[in-house]
Design a protein around this ligand. Sequence first.
Ligand SMILES: Nc1nc2c(ncn2[C@@H]2O[C@H](COP(=O)(O)OP(=O)(O)OP(=O)(O)O)[C@@H](O)[C@H]2O)c(=O)[nH]1
Ligand SMILES: [Zn+2]
Length: 199
Amino acid sequence: MGYTKKETYDEQVTENLVVNYKNILELIGEDADREGLLKTPERIAKAMQYLTQGYSLNAVDILNSAKFHEPISEMVIVKDIEIYSMCEHHMLPFIGKAHVAYIPNGWITGLSKIARVVDVFARRLQVQERLTVQVMDAIRESLNPLGVAVVIEAKHLCMMMRGVQKQNSVTTTSAFYGEFEKDTTRSEFVKLISADLSR
Ligand SMILES: Nc1nc2c(ncn2[C@@H]2O[C@H](COP(=O)(O)OP(=O)(O)OP(=O)(O)O)[C@@H](O)[C@H]2O)c(=O)[nH]1
Ligand SMILES: [Zn+2]
């Protein structure tokens, strides 16, 4: 395996984060020594390392770890991949779904690896536009496909619980490469991700 999953936490980083989060608790007017908050700095330290573990993972390695030669050139779509990321402006979550497609050119990858690659880039501080393009670029680099399409729909908590306070706005971003730059292929992709296959 060319990658590792985050199941342990760096002790030194955790220790430093604990000191800083304790300060933050005091700065927002809390008593960091009250019972309910005693372990909170350590919990946040671990949660933050978990939510940013993408920095230490390599998306192309993950795709390459289950790469198979297959002489097909039909569209492969993995849709409705849940996304939990954090905007780099406020460090508040944005939450939604990614729809990813590619047209193989001799190579396919394990389907779960597509979802893992979405997580690799989502688990960093992000803007939705960059996240969308990074997923596309990793698939391009690993599989050299005839085309790649990535659409992400997300709600940004920084627009919901603060600031402009819009509860229903959804941001859609897209990135298309190769065959998907053609109207017909792109339309087929959009039709397929819009279809409710459960009926
Ligand atoms: N393009 C883009 N903008 C984002 C994303 N996430 C958050 N933002 C925006 O980043 C912008 C930062 O704007 P600023 O004016 O510097 O920050 P702010 O004063 O907190 O802005 P408001 O949210 O409007 O109160 C805001 O408009 C956010 O809505 C994202 O993924 N992509
Ligand atoms: Zn934000």
